[in-house]
Design a protein around this ligand. Sequence first.
Ligand SMILES: O=P(O)(O)OC[C@H]1O[C@@H](O)[C@H](O)[C@@H](O)[C@@H]1O
Length: 305
Amino acid sequence: MNHAATLPQVERVEMDELPCWRIRTAAAELLVAEQGAQILSYQRDGEPPLIWLSEQAEFRRGQSVRGGVPVCWPWFGDLARNPAGVRAMREGEGEGPAPAHGEVRGRDWQLLDIAKENGAVTLAFSLLLPSGGLPDWPHALDLTLAIRLDERLDLRLTTHNRGSYRVALSQALHTYLAVSDIREASIEGLDGLRYIETLEGWDERQQSGILHFAGETDRIYLDTPPRLDLVDPGWKRRICLEASGSHSAIVWNPWIDKAARLSQFADDAWQRMLCIETANVLDDAVELAPDQSATLALCLWSEPL
Ligand SMILES: O=P(O)(O)OC[C@H]1O[C@@H](O)[C@H](O)[C@@H](O)[C@@H]1O
């Protein structure tokens, strides 16, 4: 049988407790969990993975998988650190303290559609929500994620306000990227930007030059340009990220001590990953009037160095 003639292929697979979809095109493979509409891994033929999945990842219902691209929504990070308008949307403590990175990473989403066209595949996922919204976040919003795989990987996270009042939220595509060695990697595109140093009192600082890594890093960059590049000399490639609908980005590596405290994370895994999170946070948070939509999008690809 001519294998190439049958491509692209979409196959349903089980990863322990999680139903997933494996997509194979002529040049790449992508694995997506239906829970959280979470991309788990992405690799192009002949290259190391672009998206990192922890070797200690657990595929359990109700729990985000360590690695891939978790969707953070309707708030990013610690809710208490969000703008007042975003904080005000959560009501009551019925379900306990607000979980980090919002409510949808471990929830059920539904695959609505698989479309194949000219060698590309698009999967459309929708968050399954009661019509009144989340238990402590009772607002009438629809959330969809469109994942398109061709020569590049395209993600489009769209929120639509079908309610009768304005809603504020923060969000991120929390992309875990694979690197040969974080100590050799760098990020281009941040020079001159203001950032919040979350490790030192949430002080505002200014980036000077290319960002290199020599310790724990957890920063929120503001007024980000559309394009950021992760340069990886060890694997002789750059991973290019092109965002739209976003003017903020989080850059995160836990380094040695925090790595030891993280779940589903090997003690030495900090060497092999780096998160560049395409976001709408702090003064870049989103406010949606009734019937308004907003799309946070990321296009990802690699180029040889
Ligand atoms: O362990 P979690 O909830 O997936 O979060 C991982 C990291 O996510 C990053 O976005 C945050 O900036 C870090 O502070 C956090 O540690």
